[in-house]
Design a protein around this ligand. Sequence first.
Ligand code: 3PG
Length: 306
Amino acid sequence: MKVLVATEKPFAKIAVDGIRKEIEAAGYELVLLEKYTDKAQLLDAVKDANAIIIRSDIIDAEVLDAAKELKIVVRAGAGYDNVDLASATAHDVCVMNTPGQNSNAVAELALGMMVYAVRNFYNGTSGTELMGKKLGIHAYGNVGRNVARVAKGFGMEVYAYDAFCPKEVIEKDGVKALDSAAELYKTCQFVSLHIPATAETKNSINYALLKDMPKGAMLVNTARKEVINEAELIKLMEDRADFKYITDIMPAANAEFVEKFAGRYFSTPKKMGAQTAEANINAGIAAAQQIVGFLKDGCEKFRVNK
Ligand code: 3PG
C-alpha cells in the first residue's frame, strides 16, 4: 500500500518522521510530495496512491479521476472545503479530517494577532490592552473553545454564538452564549471567526452584520477568506475609520486593503494558524493512524462523506 503525503505547505520535519513511523510500522510505503507548485505534479503523484494525507491541498474531480487506486483521503486538519466530497463519494473514496488536532495552534495565533493589532503592530506608539474587553467567538467548535480558554487568561469578557452548539455547553466553560450572530457582533468590540466555509456561510460576514460592532471594532479571521463579503467589508472600513480587520487568510482584494487601510489591516502572507510543530505532529500522526485503521480494520471514525 502506498500512502502519499501531498502538502503544498509542508509539515514540520518531526511530524513527517512521525507519519513515516506509523505508515512503515503498518507495512506500507510513504511517498512525499512537498512544496509542489503545479497541479500536474499532484496529478502524477496520486496515480498509484492508495491513501493520501493533505492539508489545504485541493482534491477535486480531476485529482480523483487520476487517482485510480485511491481508497482514502485524510485532511490533516479541521476544514475540508478543499475536497470535492460528492466526487470522492462517487469515486468510492473515503474522506476524513482530524478534528481538534491543530486547534490550540490556531487559537494561539488568533490571540497573538489581537495583541499585535491592539499594540499598533509593534510600531512603538501607545496601544491598548485586551483585559476587560468583550470578545465574541463566532462558532464554538474546537478552535472557538481554545480561543475562549486563552482569552479568559487575558482577562477578556468572552461571549459566543454557535448555531449548532447548545447554549448550556458553551456556558459550562464560563462563556456567555448569545442567541444570534447579530447579537454577538452588536455586543463585542472584538470578534474572532471560527465558522467553516460552506454554502450557507460563504459571504455571510457582511456590512449588515459588522456595522453594529462597538467603537474600536476588530474582526479577526483565522477561519476562511470565503466567509467574508470582501466588497462589503471594504465599504464598511471606508465608512468606519475605527474598524480593524486582522486575518490569517489573505483576501483576494489584499492590495486594495493594504492601500486603503494602513494601520487598520493586517494579513499574514500565508495561512499559518496551524503552522506549529505540535499541530503538525498531532494532525499528521492522527491522519496516518486513521489511514492505517481504515485500511486494516475498516474503521470509519471521522469520515466526513457518509
Ligand atoms: C484547518 O482547517 O485545519 C486549518 O485551516 C489549517 O489549515 P492548513 O493545514 O492548511 O494550515
